[in-house]
Write a protein that binds this ligand. Sequence first.
Ligand code: BG6
Ligand code: GLC
Length: 752
Amino acid sequence: MDLSIRFRREMDKGLCRDTNPTAAIKMLPTFVRSTPDGTEQGEFLSLDLGGSNFRVLLVRVMADGEQKVEMESQIYAIPEHLMRGSGSELFDHIADCLSNFLEKMGIKDKKLPLGFTFSFPCQQTKLDESVLVSWTKGFKASGVEGQDVVSLLRKSIKKRGDFDIDIVAVVNDTVGTMMTCGYDDHHCEIGLIVGTGTNACYMEQMRNLELLDGDEGRMCVNTEWGAFGDDGALEDLRTDIDREIDAGSLNPGKQLFSRRLHKMVRRLVPDCDVRFLQSQDGSGKGAAMVTAVAYRLAAQHVERQRILDTLRLSREQLVEVKKLMSEEMVRGLSKQTHEQASVKMLPTYVRSTPDGTEHGDFLALDLGGSSFRVLLVRVRSGKKHNVDMHHKIYSIPQETMQGTGEELFSHIVDCIADFLEYMGMRGASLPLGFTFSFPCHQSKLDQGILLRWTKGFKASGCVGQDVVTLLKDAVSRRQEFDLNFVAVVNDTVGTMMTCGYEDSKCEVGLIVGTGTNACYMEEMHNIELVENDDGRMCVNMEWGAFGDNGELDDFCTQFDHMVDECSNNPGKQRYEKMISGMYLGEIVRNVLMDFTAKGLLFRGKLSERLKTRGIFETKFLSQIEKDRLAMRQVRSILQHLGLTSSTCDDSVLVKEVCSVVARRAAQLCGAGLAAVVDKIRQNRNLNQLSVTVGVDGTLYKTHPHFANIMQETLQDLAPQCQVTFHKSEDGSGKGAALITAVACRIKSEGQH
Ligand code: BG6
Ligand code: GLC
């Protein structure tokens, strides 16, 4: 009993990060985490070194119908002088024996995977990398301690040059034995060797294994318990005879633990039902099983990467995206091709930027992003020109977004009424700027004919109508107050203006939020839809629709098609659906479903939750990719999403999927932006352009890597442009009010 308690204490000491260095029992991680699931198959080689016989084996694992294993093996001698001679001679000899075996089996040119049972204390860093800590038992070959035994074996094989194999795993004999027995008995979770030496391994919870990161699932730990007592803990039990044997051994002071424990187990732990299963097949079969499992996992990894590769874009592809976008921009601007062009390049009638002389109080509406806002904006002119804002956020229920236009616009007017009440301004009739973030055809500033709904909106009876009229009608239905409509503004334009108020170089507006879009200052003579040829006008590109004529077909994956097909507007806004917050989570979910259906994730179990549209919101994408976020937290996000059966490997994979999908989005966005800034540069015949982009949108603002990746791509694809990004903190409502202010100023100048 006493011994058992001491031993248990020593195990805890070995598991704990702080005490491990001085612990006698090293509790070595083996990187064996999965046991066979019965789908493994193939031919595997195995070496078994460290017991009384050195053996080479060929193991055939069959998975068709019932799991079955066939083995052939050959014992080879290891002469004494090699056990204690030079390490390289020892490994050359092992390679000789292997060569001989392959020759005999007629499989020399097969390059089979090999599992290596190496039954000595090793510090493992991977399944196929194992550094010998110290020799035990009868071995003492020089130049091996402190070395990776896999590299040594690979070197000896390479030196011969007559065959090649793929060394996949190194295992201790205890681990091999556990896996040998575990193949037939799924309750086998402990491996015990009592032979030339003694040792045990068992499946430990990852969270108790402090030496490794990750806390999900289990890993087999090689206790190396033979070293128990090396720090003197067994002194009171040792006899003179023990001391004498120790003194005469190859490693005096080491490996003192005796074999008496075996029979005592049941008496010492009466509440555990322990069965001893004698391994008939040696540990070589187990090493082959470890290899077979590793092979299955590796094949699954390759399959996952093959799928993810379809979502990875090469530089050539990005250059192509930029080129296609440039062409589409020209087509959208030209009268002749405008109708067919996917990128509509809509005139906005916004021509001048604020100059600081604007003044007055304005109302603004901000509709179309993730929140609907009503704002009061007070613009003060003069030296210290500034803007003071009050706003309130209102929700728009899904039914209202997708109900009738009348309901939608009445709801908006209700919100305005509530806001005026809240501000104590009932009955006030202020000039109003309306940020309406959908594609509108404008022929003047205060009119916007809705071309199509995008994102989550689908209210009936609005497409083809002037949204200002729709809003005016709703105001008069209410018969309570009057509004003075001055400007309809896209959110990109509002954002450009918001940022332009502080930075006069801001001539591009970009949104990466629920949807994505950009606007920029274009030369009037290029805007064929508007007569006048002087100066510049802001163009709302509506680039979200890029790809709607098939321009992006070469880059779209099966996942993009699925997301598109299940959306409100199939076939439309193809570029937006590869970039913006409303869709990225859906792409990720579709990838995860595919992985799961193929047995590559969540143990192949497709949960109801995962089948639910929209569970992956942008905020989860941004959270999951936070660097320094431990896998435990990733897992808690997955749990929050109802994906409860996930393992640590699942979390790693989900994170990877998120990162691949977000990276592609950022690169695509950067490629589009490169086309925009290069167009501005060429318009002005400049060799170098320095320009600022005003940006808004939840995805851009909260994603930890989106901005960087987008900027890298932009710099790479438009090297002649020096682009500064100005994050909008005030929303586009401020910009809409400023546009309204400018329009009011010009109007009053005209009147004077
Ligand atoms: C807001 C702007 O800050 O960002 C809106 O005021 C814009 O006009 C929105 O539509 C875009 O981001 P998201 O993530 O809310 O769609
Ligand atoms: C959608 C809209 C567009 C808006 C963008 C960002 O693409 O069509 O008008 O600018 O989303 O909100």
